[in-house]
Design a protein around this ligand. Structure first.
Ligand code: PRX
Length: 645
């Protein structure tokens, strides 16, 4: 029933909105009819050192080439800081809310400028140059943003690794992009618990002989090992340099950052984003999707370790001269009312979070929300996974008090910014639908043979043509880029998502159609978890699938075959969970491990994951054709085991 519900744009929202329904239709039409003209105009929203004359050069066939604004030059940090100073030096750029509710601070644009300038000078003094890769492994503290912007200022390419990843995962990412410079903190703090970031870096660096320098932020003050000659305290280095740091002139297509993300096979891919198009797109989407107005207080609860933090905590908001809130903690510490207390404390107008957080808070009931005023809130957002209508309706009613539209924003690490989303002043809402494409975005739904479907339909989501925020390559492996995204449906960008389009042209993302799972909005390759499991000395084979999970969206379900002679015990089950946490990080912990005497395989030895998915979902009546299995009895064993759980 709820899927049938339609929420009109509230009159108050439409009145002040940058884009109303008529304007959206007009912009969308223009963006399709004159794509180059549309983006030529949008490119002017940022400052260029040398203005571009060329807008777009895209070929989705063959080797795949994507370039935007490619004869223009600019600097991202100058756009996010310097150009705002004449007007807003004293305006807050970043509000930082610590894990401890008694600690917060406001950083003005002038202060941001000074911090980033000093940080850039430190990097330069240590020999970091344009094009060098710098790995950032940080908690959610302002220094994480300073580090990103300092890299952008001097033309270094940052690669942020989420602070929840293990030393092994960190090492893999450092080696892959050949970083010799690491920025970290002594410890992180989340929900009152310490995260040993520097110790993790020390462990990772045993596998990274190329690293020469580690810059360490003193945050908690916890004792850490400092390797002489290699490790430097930020505060000591900062005392040696000034605040003036000349921004490097960058070509629009020079790399800005690498961000590793999971795919259906192999190691995580280094998604590469470049300078000009990315910034135009981050600014464009932040302004229109959040209907950002001068003076708004904007809070995105993501971590800078994920793309959402890159585009919608740092680059989009700061490019637009906004006040962006950065939160170190977690939604349920000290209690389940924390998000809402922070909204009241800092008078947040725009609040952007993930469905998994909404579902977890929903479970705590309405009281923690009701005790807060939340009268500053104007707009709510959702990102990272499909939001189920029940959670959407709760978010709308209990948090938004029926007053705030919800923008359900669909996008990916690869897309750099939001592609499908309501615009609050323009789009009627349907709970659970990401609604319509943004101007300049051309989705297509194709069937398994690549035939483009019309009207209401369901199939695989592709994008027909490029937009400026699109990733340009997989770092160091352009062939993998072309193969992964452009070979399944030649000539189109394939998203890996399934999607339905209804009679109103609304898009409903149904989830991944590949071997990627989405656990609490974190993207995980099943192959990565499998290879972690089989690295355990007692494991012979493993197959991992997702299954529906009330809070996380999807949980991790692992089928494990032990080596002969090994006994499946409760102890071993716990040991394997710990093992995966150590190998990848806590976000990859299997939720359920089922001992599997054998795995269902075809006669050619391929694991039939379709069947494993159905068993994990408890859908035994619907296992499909099992006749091609080498040993159909394997399935009966697995079903018996699952049922006995
Ligand atoms: O399956 C889609 C899901 O998250 C995937 C992208 O994950 P990641 O690259 O980690 O980026 C997450 C933040 C943008 C997509 O392929 N996804 C993301 N947003 C939504 C979503 N699924 C449904 N609705 C969304 N709003």
């Amino acid at each position: 029933m709820s899927e049938q519900q339609v929420f009109d744009v509230p009159a108050k929202v439409a009145e002040r909105a940058l884009i109303n329904a008529a304007k959206y239709e007009q912009l969308y039409r223009q963006s399709v009819e004159d794509n180059v003209g549309f983006w030529r105009e949008q490119g002017r929203r940022i400052d260029w050192i040398k203005p571009y004359t060329q807008v777009k050069d895209v070929d989705y066939t063959g080797e795949v080439r994507i370039r935007w604004y490619y004869d223009g030059t600019l600097n991202v940090a100058a756009n996010c800081i310097d150009r705002h100073l004449p007007k807003r030096a004293g305006q807050t750029a970043i509000i930082w809310e610590g894990d401890d509710p008694s600690i917060s601070k406001h950083i003005t644009y002038q202060e941001l400028s000074d911090h980033v300038g000093r940080f850039g000078n430190i990097l330069r003094s240590k020999g970091v140059k344009k094009g060098d890769r710098v790995t950032i492994y940080m908690p959610m503290i302002p220094e994480a943003a300073y580090a990103m912007l300092a890299c952008a200022r001097i033309g270094a390419v940052h690669s942020i690794v989420f602070g929840g990843f293990s030393p092994d995962s960190l090492a893999g990412r450092i080696v892959d992009c050949d970083s010799r410079f690491i920025i970290t903190a002594d410890e992180g703090l989340r929900g009152g618990k310490k995260v040993p970031l520097k110790a993790n870096v020390d462990a990772a660096l045993k596998q990274c002989p190329g690293v020469t320098d580690v810059l360490v932020v003193r945050h908690t003050g916890g004792a850490v090992h400092m390797e002489a000659g290699r490790d430097h305290w930020l505060h000591e280095e900062a005392a040696k340099v000034g605040v003036d740091c000349k921004p490097e002139e960058m070509n629009a297509e020079d790399p800005l950052f690498i961000l590793y993300t999971s795919g259906s096979t192999g190691k995580p891919k280094g998604v590469l984003h470049t300078t000009g198009g990315y910034l135009v797109y981050a600014s464009f989407t932040h302004q229109y999707v959040f209907d950002y107005h001068e003076g708004d207080i904007y809070w995105c609860t993501a971590d800078v370790g994920w793309v959402t933090g890159h585009s919608y905590i740092v680059y989009g908001p700061l490019a637009n001269g906004a006040t962006t809130l950065m939160f170190e903690g977690v939604p349920n510490y000290p209690d389940a009312s924390r998000f809402w207390q922070v909204c009241d404390k800092h008078k947040v107008n725009i609040f952007y979070t993930a469905p998994t957080a909404i579902r977890a808070l929903m479970r705590e009931g309405e009281a923690p929300v009701q005790k807060c005023k939340l009268d500053s809130l104007r707009l709510l957002g959702s990102v990272g996974e499909p939001i189920n209508p029940e959670a959407w309706l709760w978010y709308h009613r209990v948090v938004g008090r029926h007053r705030c539209p919800i923008v359900d924003t669909w996008w990916q690490t690869e897309t750099g910014g939001i592609l499908i989303s309501p615009l609050p002043g323009a789009t009627k809402l349907k709970p659970g639908s990401a609604t319509r494409p943004l101007p300049g975005v051309m989705p297509e739904i194709v069937d398994a043979n690549g035939k483009v479907l019309d009207g209401p339909c369901e199939g695989n989501l592709c994008i027909k043509d490029s937009w400026p925020g699109q990733m340009r390559t997989v770092y160091g492996d352009h062939k993998r880029f072309a193969d992964t995204y452009f070979s399944t449906y030649p000539g189109k960008y394939f998203t890996g998502d399934g999607c339905r389009r209804d009679e109103d042209g609304y898009y409903w993302i149904t989830g991944r159609v590949d071997d990627v799972i989405n656990v609490s909005g974190h993207r995980m390759g099943t192959a990565e978890v499998e290879s972690a499991l089989v690295a355990h000395p007692k494991v012979a084979e493993a197959a991992v699938v997702g299954y529906p999970h009330d809070i996380k969206g999807q949980g991790i379900y692992a089928y494990v075959t032990l080596k002969s002679g090994e006994q499946p015990t409760e102890e071993l089950r716990k040991e394997l969970v710990q093992w995966v946490r150590k190998e990848i990080g806590p976000i990859a912990s299997p939720d359920l491990i089922q001992w599997a005497p054998g795995l269902p395989k075809t006669r050619s030895g391929k694991i039939m994951r379709r069947i494993l998915r159905k068993i994990a979902e408890n859908e035994f009546g619907n296992l499909g054709d099992t006749s091609t299995l080498a040993d159909p009895n394997v399935v009966n064993d697995l079903v018996d085991n699952r049922m006995n759980k």
